[in-house]
Design a protein around this ligand. Structure first.
Ligand SMILES: *Cc1c(COP(=O)(O)O)cnc(C)c1O
Length: 385
């Protein structure tokens, strides 16, 4: 008997359920293909949606700043780790999001944690969509506020929750914009209207829409209750999370968000890469246009195959499998056949909803998508029938 026996027991259980996770190690490659175990594969599970992680301008600017400032920021932003580049990035984000100000965290995960924990606490309520990202749920739990959940995209149920929760001091509704594992889109306009009517804050996590999809509100006053959160780690092709909003909100987060205060600032070179990406996106909508054209082409190619794509409305196209072992077998078959498409299993998605979470990017060619469709057809024939 040792104090760590529980680890072996839990690992055995994880393995029995087919949920044990192993790495795929990428040896080289950027863009649409990667090399793993000495073989080239087309990558259909990257969040580098616009190819900006490998844009020459971002690489050049990051390399210059790496030379100029070194590899690390050396301290937290509030001590001696605040570089002009961080502030330039924050003002670029504010401009990009059409808000007064913004604040950058080391990751999107930390942006959600720190922001939710700063905005609500004991005596308050956080109201979340059942399929919100784990970082939102973790932030809600950490805050000490009461966690209330509504069914996925169900604004009628949200209205009931808001009606019943009037006794709480403050209420914060949080939703993914594009849902990370389902690829469908939250009804932002209706959520904003409900937030305004019930005097609640509304935080929208744009991790999978920044630079690709905007939401426009018909009634500007709705935006007064709104907080935009996003990540620089996906379409922006770098690393970091952000919150954009009114100047007061950002000042407040700088003083209250623990995951901002008690952590080292992003390396300046990383901030520089994000700046380059935002500059590219504000001048050039071609990467986004290319991505959406690929989304359309992929969906046409998928239609005859008969997969359930779970109401996808974006570049995230889940292929619903259900059974975890089957999802893993399909993913392994595709891997053997030159397609990198990992299986997403519980607890990342609810039990019984394992899936292949397919993402299509601006970097894919039509040929890539054709190959994918034919391999998926083979895999379906072989394992599902
Ligand atoms: C990826 C993701 C995050 C976390 O962002 P990172 O920068 O990767 O930490 C937050 N919210 C959603 C919806 C995400 O998909």
């Amino acid at each position: 008997m040792t104090v760590f026996d529980f680890i072996r027991e839990e690992l055995d259980e994880i393995r029995e359920l087919g949920l044990f996770r192993v790495f795929r190690s990428i040896e080289s490659g950027k863009g649409a293909t990667v090399r793993i175990n000495g073989r080239e594969l087309i990558n259909f599970c990257s969040n580098n949606y616009l190819g900006l992680a490998n844009h020459p301008k971002g690489q050049k600017k990051a390399a210059e700043m790496l030379k100029k400032f070194g590899t690390g920021a050396g301290a937290s932003r509030l001590v001696s780790g605040n570089f002009k580049l961080h502030e330039e990035l924050e003002s670029k984000i504010a401009k990009f999001e059409k808000t007064q100000a913004s604040i950058v965290f080391p990751t999107g995960y930390m942006a959600n944690l720190g922001t939710i924990q700063a905005l609500v606490g004991e005596g308050d309520a956080v109201i979340v969509d059942r399929l919100d990202h784990a970082s939102i749920i973790d932030g809600a739990r950490l805050s000490g506020a009461k966690l209330l959940v509504y069914s996925h995209r169900d604004t009628k149920q949200l209205a009931k929750v808001l009606e019943r929760s009037k006794a709480f001091r403050r209420r914060l509704i949080v939703t993914d914009h594009v849902f990370s594992m389902d690829g469908d889109i939250a009804p932002i306009e209706q959520l904003a209207r409900l937030a305004a009517r019930y005097h609640a804050m509304l935080m929208v996590d744009t991790a999978h829409s920044t630079g690709m999809l905007e939401f426009k509100l018909r009634w500007p006053r709705m935006a007064e209750n709104m907080i935009v959160m996003g990540t620089l780690s996906k379409a922006i092709g770098s690393l970091g999370g952000f919150v954009a909003g009114k100047k007061g909100l950002i000042d407040y987060l700088r003083n209250r968000a623990r995951s901002f205060i008690y952590t080292t600032a992003l390396p300046p070179s990383v901030a520089a890469a994000s700046i380059a990406s935002l500059d590219i996106l504000s001048k050039d909508d071609k990467p986004s246009k290319r991505m959406w054209a690929n989304v359309k082409y992929l969906k046409e190619k998928l239609k005859p195959l008969g997969f359930n794509t779970m109401g996808s409305q974006s570049q995230i196209v889940p292929l619903f499998i259900g059974d975890t072992q089957l999802a893993v077998r399909l993913s392994a078959y595709l891997f053997e056949n030159g397609i990198f498409l990992s299986a997403i299993r519980p607890p990342t998605v609810p039990k019984g909803t394992s899936r292949l979470r397919l993402t299509v990017t601006a970097m894919h060619s039509k040929d890539d998508i054709d190959v994918l469709a034919s391999k998926l057809a083979e895999a379906k024939e072989k394992f599902i029938g």
